[in-house]
Design a protein around this ligand. Sequence first.
Ligand SMILES: [Zn+2]
Length: 168
Amino acid sequence: MPLYVDDLAAYPDLAPEGPPIKGCHLLADTRDELHTAARHLHVPRTWFREPDGPTGVRWHYPLGPQHRTRAVRDLGALQLDRAALAELLRTRLRDEAPPARDILDWHDSRHWDPTGDQPCTLCDKPTPLRAHNGEAAHKTCAEAWRADHPGETRFVSDAPTRSTTDHA
Ligand SMILES: [Zn+2]
């Protein structure tokens, strides 16, 4: 629902010969909301920017100072600083990314049964792998089962080892 604008900044590249042009970005949670807001502001559709690339999430309209004022005053756009905007874009990227299959971490040696293969309880083909509960199961079979049963804990990963690289 919300609209967002970031801080006005100079974009000298837009007018290398003249005074720096000040502008900002108008964003929304959905494209529909964004286009509707632009219509209210009488911003032409041709201003819409949808950068290419794997992170093509920065769709926005560039706004000058007057449009920015009206977006805030008339449409209730939230004013975000650069850091908040970056956080918003990260959230959007996460939401738009296709759901990744959860890969189980079964590095612990107890997942390997030295006494030999047993039929996987999911696909019946022999496997030396064991789940935490002792069930014979291929790791890939268990991952597929988890994808089909979100929220259930029949198959789980090993407890994570402490990582010092967890801050972005
Ligand atoms: Zn299997």
